[in-house]
Design a protein around this ligand. Structure first.
Ligand code: ATP
Ligand code: ZN
Ligand code: MG
Length: 311
């Protein structure tokens, strides 16, 4: 069992310990794990707590499936910024003979991609992407704009890693604001305090800092440095393994990026701005396990109280 004295481990050791404890179940592919009921109990409690951070009178609760029509993703500009992260859905397209050949190759773990054709769907890379087209479809925003609470699987990001905090498939809880620029900026500011308070209540050692996205290629480096300079992305980081502190929540201000692409306009007819706050659920669970030990029953009472209402 991990103790507070033994937390300065590298991510290889941390991963081995998590697997030995049964908290993570390896799949044979980097960054893809099953979890046991202890891990899942904590993750669901984190999800509930992240949900209730939003005032239900203000935030509309929406849920979307793990696949996204690729038309929406194409419109969003994701392929320009992150072509290296996206996974798209392919499905069989062929004759009976092709099906036999496909099975023959697959049974030997060979290459059967020749029999697959791209569908209209991609794997959802972030929880907020379906929100923008869905809200745009309604027409101009109501006065004051709109706030959405959403969550679920971040189904796939092609970023295989041996770091247990960098998964290829994980869960994200997001709050999204769409409205006038000043209101959106103020909302993100307010959420930076709210998110810090929540994570501090969980007795995690957290810091808020400007960050940048891993934009692709040389032009991407310029985008990343301007994002950093303008503080468009803020991250709440915490130590999870002996590496650099890891982002457990991100606060992204997109300015008019999604609004212009999807046609989100305010009730006054101006282009809207958008922002989102995303909590990485597995990362928060890992940070809790690392900080307070592998047995949630022994965690500080304040932490259990915050997650399960234990007094
Ligand atoms: P990072 O800088 O670590 O790659 P990110 O900038 O890609 O994170 P976002 O796209 O803003 O993160 O996603 C929101 C949250 O989802 C992050 O704050 C983090 O907690 C979580 N997250 C992001 N990528 C991963 C991943 N590969 N595995 C697990 N959680 C992740
Ligand atoms: Zn988002
Ligand atoms: Mg990333």
């Amino acid at each position: 069992m991990q103790t507070e004295a033994a937390i300065d481990v590298d991510h290889d050791t941390f991963l081995k310990d998590l697997i030995a404890e049964g908290l993570l179940i390896p799949s044979g592919t980097a960054g893809v794990y099953g979890t046991n009921s202890v891990f899942e109990k904590v993750r669901l409690a984190v999800d509930d707590a992240a949900t209730s951070l939003a005032d239900p009178r203000e935030a509309e609760r929406l849920r979307f499936p793990p696949v996204l029509p690729r038309r929406h993703l194409e419109t969003s500009g994701y392929l320009r910024s992150f072509p290296h992260l996206l996974g798209s859905v392919f499905a069989f397209d062929g004759s009976e003979r092709d099906a036999v050949e496909q099975e023959a190759r697959a049974s030997e773990h060979g290459d059967w991609s020749e029999f697959q054709r791209m569908t209209d769907l991609v794997l959802l890379p972030a929880a907020c992407y379906p929100v923008y087209p869905a809200i745009a479809e309604r027409g101009p925003l109501p006065p004051g704009g709109i706030t959405v609470e959403t969550g679920g699987a971040c189904v796939f990001r092609s970023e295989p890693s041996e770091d247990p905090a960098r998964l290829q498939s994980f869960h994200m809880h997001e709050h999204v604001r769409i409205g006038e620029p000043e209101a959106v900026k103020a909302w993100r500011e307010q959420w930076s305090h709210r998110a810090l308070a929540f994570l501090t209540d969980l007795r995690l050692e957290v810091f808020l800092q400007p960050a940048s996205d891993p934009f692709f290629g040389r032009s991407g480096r310029m985008l990343a440095s301007s994002q950093l300079q303008q503080e468009l992305k803020l991250e709440i980081v915490t130590p999870i393994s002996a590496d650099e502190p890891t982002a457990i929540a991100s606060l992204n201000y997109h300015q008019d990026h999604f609004a212009t692409r999807f046609g989100l306009v305010t009730s006054e007819g101006e282009m809207a701005h958008t922002a989102c706050v995303g909590f990485g659920e597995e990362r928060i669970v890992l940070a809790l396990l690392r900080t307070h030990g592998f047995d949630p029953a022994t965690w500080p009472i304040e932490v259990r109280g915050r997650l399960w209402g234990e007094a």
